[in-house]
Design a protein around this ligand. Structure first.
Ligand code: ADP
Ligand code: 5GP
Length: 198
């Protein structure tokens, strides 16, 4: 395969995936395309349907999963999340590098497909910092925060499994983490720019 590879960003909720992705899209808007996932969770203030997620009911999502419309799906923190085939196809049709933001279950399930992405894990420097960031983001209830921290504890150890990720970025200083991400993607960015995609 000679085209640019898709990129999977994973890591605990609150580690900084969306923040890094936003910077990447700001700098290389026409090179990358975000694979818009489906979720049954409620939108946060400022989130747009069709841009951040497709916000759907569990009934609709379960129906579409059963119909074979999803590459992968997972239950996270009491909600369903999933990557539809159409979401990835839409980005690839524009000849852009497809970026997916998925949890660890998503990583393992994507490994069973032929998508062949680069797997990058974003971690906060510690669980304490992760909790501070999640609290400061002010998007979670105490219940949802607790579930996310429990998932983070379980996933942080599993993420170290040899060969699971191509790269683990510790997002302590944001600019440094962003430079590391850009460096890791530089070959793919060059390839995408070389194919003359707009
Ligand atoms: P994720 O998408 O992984 O759930 P976010 O990108 O929403 O995480 O980041 C969680 C919170 O932490 C946000 O409020 C964001 O502004 C903040 N944040 C991200 N990276 C850093 C950093 N390096 N230093 C301090 N705060 C950060
Ligand atoms: P959030 O609710 O904070 O937006 O996302 C919660 C978790 O769900 C994050 O770990 C995020 O990576 C993950 N996630 C988002 N979209 C998908 C998806 O399509 N599939 C899977 N497996 N996880 C997802």
């Amino acid at each position: 395969m000679s085209g640019p590879r898709p990129v999977v960003l994973s890591g605990p909720s609150g580690a900084g995936k969306s923040t890094l992705l936003k910077k990447l899209l700001q700098e290389y808007g026409s090179v990358f395309g975000f694979s818009v996932s489906h979720t049954t969770r409620d939108p946060r203030p400022g989130e747009e349907n069709g841009k951040d997620y497709f916000f759907v009911t569990r009934e609709v999502m379960q129906r579409d999963i059963a119909a074979g419309d999803f590459i992968e799906h997972a239950e996270f923190s009491g909600n369903l999340y999933g990557t539809s085939k159409a979401a990835v196809r839409a980005v690839q049709a524009m000849n852009r590098i497809c970026v997916l933001d998925v949890d660890l279950q998503g990583v393992r399930n994507i490994k069973k497909t032929d998508l062949w992405p680069l797997y990058i894990c974003v971690q906060a420097p510690s669980l304490e910092v992760l909790e501070q960031r999640l609290r400061a983001r002010n998007t979670e209830t105490e219940e949802s925060l607790a579930k996310r921290l429990t998932a983070a504890k379980a996933d942080t150890e599993s993420s170290k499994e040899p060969g699971l990720f191509d790269l683990i970025i510790v997002n302590d200083n944001l600019d440094k983490a962003y430079s590391t991400l850009k460096e890791a993607l530089s070959e793919e960015i060059k390839k995408a720019q070389g194919t003359g995609c707009s």
